[in-house]
Design a protein around this ligand. Structure first.
Ligand code: NAD
Length: 483
């Protein structure tokens, strides 16, 4: 018997997988050819509430396990993700569109993230503090799991983003209700199955899809839920942040960015070009820390414009399942329309498209790799995250000028620079306002390092030792000697 092309879709609520739910259904589509992949059941209000109640029951089971036992289970889940990486990557590419090699890397990195968080779960240390009052036996500061968490993840990294939230929440002893993007639910389903097969109690891990606004507002309002964690747009981040603030619930938001890249006069131009092309067009630019604004020293600007454009033009567009593909489709039709709006607005304001600028003449939601020059600061592309395969290039003369422009937007997630000078590298890492700065490198997303934004790009971090702490509460305990 041959394997089915795509798993049959289900939600994990009340400790079991369900294939029919009260909120109707939605077709999941392959963005490379617009064909239907499967039918996703959508949770109605009762099922969303049941997911929250189940997570409350699951929390009581999971938090009572020894930290070491949780560690063993979560490590096992990471191993299962590695064992199943080929299948998970295939499903990821089908529903999201990125090249299969990128999906494979995403799944193995996701397993590494889960591993690291499992390890850190054993190190949720408290503190003992010398008492200042006579008759006090001990004064301790404890870190305890925050409680059931509502997690919301988008479609651009259907494995990595759920892995960050599930790995951290579970390692800290929390239970979860996760809502992956309705465009890419199957990858999350397969991840949830790894955790369940590894031994996470089914009540502690719930997965719902539905109307995003209804799911998030219902979960955040539910008494059982103690924290919400979102990766998504700034607009949705502000909305969920406000809903959490109303109830004084904890909130972590990994939101959008508009990453600058400063290519200094002394940069290794070969390295800067090669790595910038790879980083810009990875996942067709649908990456929150994707480089967008390239400020290039005037001495190199003409060469950069020519070579970066030639590199972008040479990228092979195609379905992610084709091994020759370097850049896949956008996730849905409205992202293509959005790219068209960015380009039209830039051209209207006097900018030039050095390459691309239009949808590709083929079936599926493809947009050509695009490079824009001479875009005034008032254009959409200079101010708003395109979240697609569009780069803006601009010359600068003095480094101070480039730093001012890099810091000019209300977003501050990733930022990058290329220089051979250590003093400049230190100066830029100090002066650039961003949650993550990469000098001569774009790889700022590492399991061991905190990932998060400043300004409107977010609140809190994920991954690294810091990531886990956001799933805990602090408790001050004083024990006096009985009389
Ligand atoms: P969208 O706002 O419709 O959806 C973005 C994501 O947010 C989806 O996963 C969706 O399910 C979720 N979402 C939307 N409303 C929600 C709500 N009320 N509660 C909970 N989740 C909700 O738009 P889109 O066209 O899919 O993407 C638009 C923009 O979103 C992009 O331009 C980009 O800036 C941003 N985005 C950011 C990230 C990131 O990694 N930070 C990822 C995906 C999208």
């Amino acid at each position: 018997m041959t394997e089915p092309r795509f798993p049959s879709l289900a939600l994990h609520i009340g400790g079991r997988w369900i294939t029919r739910a009260g909120g109707g259904e939605r077709i999941v589509v392959d963005p490379s050819d617009e064909s239907a992949l499967g039918v996703l059941p959508l949770a109605g209000a009762d099922e969303i509430k049941l997911a929250a109640e189940t997570a409350a029951a699951g929390f009581q089971i999971w938090r009572r396990k020894l930290a070491h036992d949780r560690y063993v289970i979560i490590r096992r889940a990471a191993d299962l993700m590695r064992q199943r990486a080929d299948e998970i990557a295939r499903v990821l590419t089908l529903e999201q569109g990125k090249p299969l090699s990128e999906s494979k890397r995403e799944v193995t990195l996701s397993a590494d993230i889960v591993d690291f968080q499992a390890e850190e779960g054993k190190r949720l240390y408290g503190r003992t503090v010398p008492p200042r009052i006579a008759g006090m036996l001990s004064q301790t500061v404890l870190r305890q799991p925050i409680g059931p968490v509502a997690a919301f993840t988008p479609w651009n990294f259907p494995a990595n983003l759920p892995a960050r939230k599930l790995g951290s929440a579970l390692a800290a002893g929390c239970s979860v209700v996760i809502k992956p993007a309705e465009e890419t639910p199957a990858t999350c389903m397969l991840l949830v199955q790894c955790f369940l097969d590894a031994g996470v109690p089914p009540e502690a891990l719930n997965m719902v899809c539905g109307d995003p606004a209804e799911v998030s507002s219902t979960l955040i309002a539910h008494d059982a839920i103690r924290k919400a964690s979102l990766t998504g747009s700034v607009v949705v981040g502000k909305l969920l942040g406000r809903q959490c603030a109303e109830r004084v619930k904890r909130f972590t938001g990994e939101l959008g960015g508009h990453a600058p890249v400063i290519v200094c006069e002394d940069a290794d131009l070969g390295l800067a070009l090669k790595s910038s092309l790879a980083a810009k067009y990875r996942n067709a630019g649908q990456v929150c820390a994707s480089p967008i604004r390239f400020y290039v020293h005037r001495k190199h600007y003409a060469a950069w414009a020519e070579q970066f454009t030639a590199g972008a033009r040479a990228l092979r567009l195609g379905p992610g399942m084709d091994p020759a593909t370097q850049i896949g489709p956008l996730v849905h039709e409205r992202r293509v329309e959005e790219m068209e709006r960015f380009v039209a607005d830039a051209l209207d304001q006097g900018a030039r498209a050095l390459c691309g600028g239009k949808r590709a003449a083929r079936r599926g939601w493809f947009f050509e790799p695009t490079v824009i020059a001479d875009a005034p600061a008032t254009t959409m592309v200079q101010r708003i995250e395109p979240f697609g395969p569009i780069a803006v290039i601009e010359p600068f003369d003095a480094l101070d000028e480039a730093v001012v422009k890099a810091n000019a937007l209300p977003y501050a997630l990733g930022a990058y620079a290329f220089t051979r000078d250590l003093v400049t590298a230190h100066r830029l890492s100090e002066e650039i306002e961003a949650g993550m700065v990469g000098i001569n490198h774009f790889g700022v997303s590492q399991p061991e390092m905190p990932f998060g934004g400043w300004k409107e790009s977010g609140i809190g971090q994920e991954m690294g030792a810091e990531g886990l702490l956001h799933y805990t509460e602090i408790k001050t305990v004083l024990i006096g000697v009985p009389a």
